[in-house]
Design a protein around this ligand. Structure first.
Ligand code: OFO
Length: 170
């Protein structure tokens, strides 16, 4: 049986994963209507990944005798201004999520809940991968700057990454 304070902390993380999914959806929409179809495909795909992170946590809470809860979500921004700004915000958001997962893990250690700590290992590893992928994308965007041909290629690369994710090769 899961402890109440751990259950509440996990439910707050469920909310953050759900917000991540909505945030990337808002960004995907912005990219789609602003001429970045590859970035849009990548972010639509990432929306689904965040949903999967949310669902995985929901099932864990319920399987441990707790009850997952859905909290209120704020509406994400709708205007991002530039692709560089989109990915700057993606990276900042992933860093925020990493801190949140680490705090959650710290709580499980303090409460001797090794089962939940073990469950969270998956998220810890996932955050390392997500931060690194987003940092690489942002570096590429910064490198091409205002070069339109370069930006076209970055967008194409993002489309390829999205296709690979969708076909399960990554
Ligand atoms: Fe759920 O990892 Fe991104 O936010």
């Amino acid at each position: 049986m899961i402890q109440e304070n751990i259950e509440t902390a996990l439910n707050k993380q469920v909310q953050k994963e759900e917000f991540s999914s909505r945030l990337y959806l808002a960004m995907a929409i912005w990219c789609e209507v602003n001429g970045y179809p590859g970035a849009a495909a990548f972010l639509y795909d990432h929306t689904n990944e965040e949903r999967m992170h949310q669902m995985k946590m929901i099932h864990y809470i319920n399987e441990r005798g707790g009850k997952a809860a859905l909290y209120e979500l704020e509406a994400p921004e709708a205007e991002f201004g530039s692709l560089e700004n989109v990915f700057t915000q993606v990276l900042a958001h992933e860093e925020f999520i990493t801190r949140s997962i680490n705090e959650l893990y710290g709580l499980t250690v303090a409460e001797n809940d090794y089962t939940t700590g073990n469950f969270l290992q998956w998220y810890i590893t996932e955050q390392v991968e997500e931060e690194s992928a987003m940092r690489t994308i942002l570096d590429k965007i910064k490198l091409v700057g205002k070069d339109k041909a370069g930006m076209f290629h970055v967008d194409k690369d993002l489309e390829t990454m999205a296709q690979r994710n969708t076909s399960g090769n990554v």
